[in-house]
Design a protein around this ligand. Structure first.
Ligand code: F6R
Length: 240
């Protein structure tokens, strides 16, 4: 696992944003997947800036969501949809058909999974997935114990994920399940970037880099991907 260490969060965000821009320049109709959560917020902001300055043209690109808390919608502060729209899509002029995102309030979760699978296959697969890493090593909502042969699916959330989730919400919430792209969806993407920032991620980053691929730490399963880039800032690399 090759790890690129950059100085700080700003450098991390700029580095990853540049890789996304490069992907879109090489393939204007690229399908991009960027995680929600705190880690990519700087990437969103850098991409919005680049788009406003005309440094990247996103008019042909498409975006697919990585995951969502089951039961939450855009109206719920801290849902993936609310975060990704609030920090990214609301600041761009994209057409509706350019975006596919899980509806966490769906009454038919299995159909919702197939809808997102179809969006991806209709576009010939994902060009680039940009991932954060959970405190327990999860990727999207592929939790410890994750299978590698899954496309979009419903997940029972790990206890760590349930307790960490409180940082996103403005009120107490019981989130027990998620809907997520599967490990197979992610491993079939043309390129994968795993990003991590901050000292609190140092232990899981070190474990991910050192351990052989194991479902106990889903991020290690990315090791089999031929075009994986791990980009971390110095605090997140401090235990390497
Ligand atoms: C969010 C997601 C999660 C996060 C991970 C890290 O859409 O898929 O896997 O990437 O939990 O979260 P942050 O970035 O908030 O530390």
């Amino acid at each position: 696992m090759n790890v690129e260490i950059v100085d700080d969060y700003q450098a991390l965000s700029a580095t990853v944003a540049q890789r996304i821009i490069k992907t879109v320049k090489e393939k204007p109709d690229a399908l991009i997947c960027i995680a929600g959560g705190d880690t990519p917020l700087g990437v969103f902001s850098a991409l919005v800036d680049a788009s406003r300055k005309g440094d990247v043209d996103l008019t042909q690109a498409a975006f697919v969501g990585l995951d969502e808390w089951l039961g939450l919608s855009k109206a719920d502060k801290g849902s993936c949809r609310e975060m990704v729209w609030g920090h990214f899509f609301d600041h761009l002029t994209l057409r509706e058909e350019q975006i596919c995102f899980f509806d966490g309030r769906t009454a038919a979760p299995a159909e919702e999974c197939r809808r997102v699978d179809r969006f991806i296959s209709d576009r010939g697969g994902i060009s680039l997935v940009v991932l954060g890493i959970g405190m327990n090593g999860h990727i999207g909502f592929n939790e410890p114990g994750a299978a590698t042969d899954t496309y979009c699916h419903i997940v029972d959330l790990d206890a760590v994920t349930q307790s960490v989730s409180a940082k996103y919400f403005d009120q107490p919430r019981q989130v027990k399940q998620g809907i997520t792209l599967g490990m197979k969806t992610i491993l079939e993407a043309n390129s994968v970037i795993l990003m991590a920032s901050g000292e609190k991620k140092a232990a899981i980053v070190a474990q991910t880099v050192r351990e052989p691929a194991t479902p106990a730490i889903p991020a290690t399963l990315l090791k089999s991907h031929p075009r994986l880039q791990v980009v971390v800032d110095k605090p997140a690399a401090s235990r390497l």
